[in-house]
Design a protein around this ligand. Structure first.
Ligand code: MN
Length: 190
């Protein structure tokens, strides 16, 4: 099996002005593509060759001899999930059951946004901020470093924001907080 770069769910310029077409050209077309290409090279002729991305992530997490495979598989998965965490004209409050669960577990949607922004801004170095469902069924905001993904730890991802510098530096330079605010106010899709 060969992994393929998934289609973007919108045009490369669809998230402007919050994420530029230039950023998408590099982030999707170069960074995400490189993770997929690297993974294909790394799993060729190995026990992982015919496994799903999700199974590779779960089989390689925490195993130092497979760090390269884990990193590229997790980054391939995380990026596909990130593109699907956004939509043009996003940033609307969730409705229905998810709205009720956010209010139950965070107190309010505004408190969820505050917690998510804090996690995204305080992640030291490269990584990701996530809304996940825990093993107890409660919603939580977490952050992960580098390629790490909640999928590898028995958590169910709901939404993510990439806070690697490559996600925002062309548009926001060092202003990660402004990027995260734009994500929450204008892009996030539940
Ligand atoms: Mn990225």
């Amino acid at each position: 099996m060969t992994f393929e770069l998934p289609e973007l769910p919108y045009a490369k310029d669809a998230l402007e002005p919050y994420i530029s077409e230039n950023t998408m050209e590099f982030h999707y077309g170069k960074h995400h593509k490189a993770y997929v290409d690297n993974l294909n090279n790394l799993v060729k002729d190995t026990e992982f060759e015919n496994m799903s991305l999700e199974d590779i992530i779960k089989a390689t997490v925490g195993r130092p001899e497979f760090t390269g495979i884990f990193n590229n598989a997790a980054q391939a998965w995380n990026h596909a999930f990130f593109w699907n965490s956004m939509v043009p004209d996003g940033g609307q409050e969730p409705k229905g059951e998810l709205k009720d669960r956010i209010e139950r577990d965070f107190g309010s949607y505004d408190k969820f946004k505050e917690d998510f922004k804090n996690a995204a801004v305080s992640q030291f170095g490269s990584g990701w901020a996530w809304l996940v469902e825990g093993k107890d069924g409660k919603l939580q905001v977490i952050k992960t470093s580098n390629a790490d993904t909640p999928l590898a730890h028995g958590l169910t991802p709901i939404v993510t924001c990439d806070v690697w510098e490559h996600a925002y530096y062309l548009d926001y330079q060092n202003r990660r907080a402004d990027f995260v605010s734009a994500f929450l106010d204008h892009l996030v899709k539940f």
